[in-house]
Design a protein around this ligand. Sequence first.
Ligand SMILES: C[S@@+](CC[C@H](N)C(=O)[O-])C[C@H]1O[C@@H](n2cnc3c(N)ncnc32)[C@H](O)[C@@H]1O
Length: 273
Amino acid sequence: MIFLYRFSVLLFHTSRVLSKYFKMSSFLSRLLPFFTSRPKQRDMDFFGEALEDFSSNNLKSEYIFHLNSKLKKFNNRKSVFDLAIFFRSRSKLTLLENKLIDSSHGNILDIGSNTGYYIPFLMSRGTTTGIEISPAINNIARKKGLSNCITGDVFSYEFSNKFDTITLLGNEIALSGTRYSLKKMLAIFKNLLKNNGQVLMILRQLHTLKYWHVVYTPWYNGRFGIPAKYLFLNAHYFISLCNKQGFEAKIIAKEGPKDNLFYLLKLEKKAEA
Ligand SMILES: C[S@@+](CC[C@H](N)C(=O)[O-])C[C@H]1O[C@@H](n2cnc3c(N)ncnc32)[C@H](O)[C@@H]1O
């Protein structure tokens, strides 16, 4: 695993340097998704450093993502990430985010709780727990007094109770990185949910393909972070996959233009015989 992570860092920097001189070398960067894993704690702590600086009004530079993908359309792109979205008040949330919160109930688990900004809104709907892989990021939530936000990896954390609602806001399903881990994630959700429990999630659809991978490499304050692979899904393909994994999945709302569409999905756990 360590070998793979070092290799992905090497491949990213080699292709970045070569592409300045040779146009043809962009094929190298398109190989990155094959050698990169889903986001891990060390990758997200880098993000945490910038979020901490933002929250203490001490942001040192823009936070930039370098994007690489097998698909030319998403390869060798750069985008500036607006960290303010992780500190929004309820009035700044989108229609889908508000609908998701209003549809949550009972014992709620928020995956990738980040700075914990959704947690108070979810707490108005039921007893809420947040899980965040990065201690650096979760520390921001803890400092706000949100002791119900735990540090842990949803793939391995051992919860002692079951949930009525699992929430994934902000296209969090992409954190699974691969289809193999996606199926593992769905199995974990099934196990964590009470009978007839639900997963509520916002899925961002940018393409008609069934699924595709994009590697995000962050840059902040003069340094690059570690490349991490995200899995993007077509909503209809994802729904059919969920239906095979013991859920009844459906779209309950959508928002945005055709080429940047957001879906609110509900996955209901089928009652076990
Ligand atoms: C893109 S942010 C989104 C935060 C927030 N949910 C939102 O929608 O604005 C994804 C968050 O998930 C966390 N994360 C990534 N992988 C995770 C995992 N395996 N378990 C728990 N949290 C994870 C990241 O550290 C990050 O804070």
